[in-house]
Ligand binder design. Structure first.
Ligand SMILES: NC(=O)c1ccc[n+]([C@@H]2O[C@H](COP(=O)([O-])OP(=O)(O)OC[C@H]3O[C@@H](n4cnc5c(N)ncnc54)[C@H](O)[C@@H]3O)[C@@H](O)[C@H]2O)c1
Length: 255
């Protein structure tokens, strides 16, 4: 094995979802800098075009797609395979959080929106990507994003989001068992507080301050601080890590 940050990723095809989001952008950047070819997927074409412009290396592609359209997943993965040459990694970050003040304000539409995006789309996309990896016969890496809420359960207004993220952890464990024989590793990354639109939009300053002080490192993470974990899990250095949930929370929670 050659020891380098992106060991094994050069020339590999990588799909990153949520690629125009706070953490998605540095994850795309990090993969491009390893010599991988990246398909950046997010809701709006113009946003992912901007993410891909100026990346290191060439052969990257930008795809505007709504991942709740499950029927579109096979075509998305097929396009990645044909245009990137192969699909070795799926880094699935796309998710939504609909914060409510209390549990009584949570509607059925809130449930469907968050569970359909965060969990249902995640399951079917992981399966479509794993099918391609199996067919290629070279193994693969799936990295899905959960949240500290998988462990804490969140609060009244974010129970649904937390439940969807708990589902991600269970799903990752099940997929790790399912795809292990094909040398496809499946892991979750669990961020603490990260400075992105998802955390900051609509968050009261006093709540942000209490979260900051509950984090022993004493600060909210820069989004780029999560990218290294994703690249590591996709690299040769993590080839025997599967079914894990990697806690990247500045010691906010310890597990
Ligand atoms: N920011 C935090 O503090 C924090 C903490 C814990 C977990 N997370 C998780 O980290 C991941 C990245 O979050 P972020 O903070 O970068 O959020 P973000 O809101 O900045 O980015 C999420 C991206 O997902 C995209 N997306 C949403 N629905 C989609 C759909 N149906 N199809 C395609 N794309 C869709 C959005 O357009 C957005 O660009 C998420 O899974 C999130 O749940 C974030």
């Amino acid at each position: 094995m050659t020891w380098s940050v992106g060991a094994g990723l050069e020339g590999r095809g990588v799909i990153v979802t949520g690629a125009a989001g706070g953490m998605g952008r540095p994850v795309v950047d990090a993969f491009a800098s390893t010599g991988a070819r990246v398909m950046a997927v997010d809701l709006h074409q113009a946003a992912v075009d901007e993410v891909v412009a100026g990346l290191d290396g060439d052969g990257h592609i930008a795809v505007g797609a709504d991942l709740t359209d499950i029927d579109g997943h096979d075509a998305l993965v097929a396009r990645a395979r044909s245009e990137l040459g192969n699909v070795f990694v799926l880094a699935h970050l796309a998710a939504v959080l609909r914060r409510r003040d209390s549990i009584d304000q949570v509607t059925e539409a809130d449930w469907d929106f968050q569970v359909d995006t965060n969990l249902k789309a995640g399951f079917f996309l992981c399966r479509a990507a794993a099918d391609a990896m199996k067919d290629q016969g070279e193994g693969g890496r799936i990295v899905a994003f959960t949240s500290q809420g998988w462990w804490t359960g969140g609060f009244g207004g974010s129970v649904v989001y937390s439940a969807s993220k708990g589902g991600i952890v269970s799903m990752v464990r099940g997929l790790a068992r399912t795809y292990g024989p094909d040398q496809i590793t499946v892991n979750a990354v669990s961020p603490g507080m990260v400075d992105t639109p998802m955390l900051m939009d609509g968050l009261q300053p006093e709540v942000l301050e209490s979260l900051r002080t509950a984090t022993p490192l004493g600060r909210v993470a820069d989004p780029a601080e999560l990218a290294g974990t994703v690249v590591f899990l996709a690299s040769d250095h993590a080839s025997f890590i599967s079914g894990a949930t990697i806690n990247v929370s500045g010691a906010m929670l310890m597990y």
